[in-house]
Design a protein around this ligand. Sequence first.
Ligand SMILES: [Zn+2]
Length: 364
Amino acid sequence: MPPSPRSAVASEGDLYARAVEGLGFAAEMEASPCPICRETRARPRFAVEGIASPVIVCRGCGLGRFEPMLRAEEIRPLYPDDYYGEPGVKFQPFVEWMVRAVGARHIGFLSRGLDPGARVLDVGCGRGVILGPLADRGFEVHGVEVSSEASRGADARAEIRFAADLADAAYPDAHFDEVVIWHVLEHLPDPRRTLEEIRRILKPRGRLIVAVPNFSSAQARWSGAAWFHLDLPRHLYQFPLDALRRLLEEVGFEVSTDHHFSLRQNPFGWIQSALNRIPALPRNGLYTMLHRRGRDGGAPHTATRRALLWALGVLLAPIALLATVLETAARSGATVHVVALRPSDPAPSSDPSDRSTTPASSPA
Ligand SMILES: [Zn+2]
């Protein structure tokens, strides 16, 4: 049974409308060691409505994180069941169609160079938007999600395991040809541990594709506390690209390439961040309007405000597209995806055709 419109609207407001306050030039503080570079000096950067911990920024590597980190019981309520939407109708129908069309292009990227029948895992697969098209191309598709509610309506060909933590899914060693973790790493309390687990379950020369918002991007810096992709408080970490690359290398991956263009994520980030800088507009109001979670049309705005948000969105779209092209050229994408390889095992390979390069230095 659908939730009553009232409850759907109430939770929708809570999901994306939380105020985020910039803390300006707050004094540097002593924090717990940074999970990437171990530095303990950091600067408080943002305060989030309803969350006691500030988001701090590491002096060493620029990683943003809650200090102290949110506990499991604080994180759980940030993902009510309707966070995941109705199967097939996560957005308004037109937006959902666009998301799927752009997604189809994305599938080409994810499947490039994979052998026929390759085994692919999507960590945090949601409704399996990428797994269905990968199955169409003949790949063996697997997914991990926290709950059956999150993956309701996923493609029946996907073998989905439910686990709060990737390690709990208990995949065998060296099992996958590719692991995709797409806008999920920043939601997890211990990204290093998750990446270590991914390295374990990838085959040697297997490929990891990880996408995150880029905290060192021009869009992030221009937007400050108004940045759409902060997605606070659900994003527990804000990764600058260099910090992500460093973490991947420390865990034992060879970072291969990074990619800065995303038509799905980056232009909209410019539009919504610009709107968030206008105090009279509700935070993430355009996103909330496009994002249909209940069956009531999902718009907790008046008709006038909806019209205003549409008009501003349309006006800003060409500028946002141009900004996206420029940030791509400057290799400063608002969101980035990085391709990394699990090196061949240090033991001599028995396969004479193995064309691997020297393994990356082992993690400390
Ligand atoms: Zn750091």
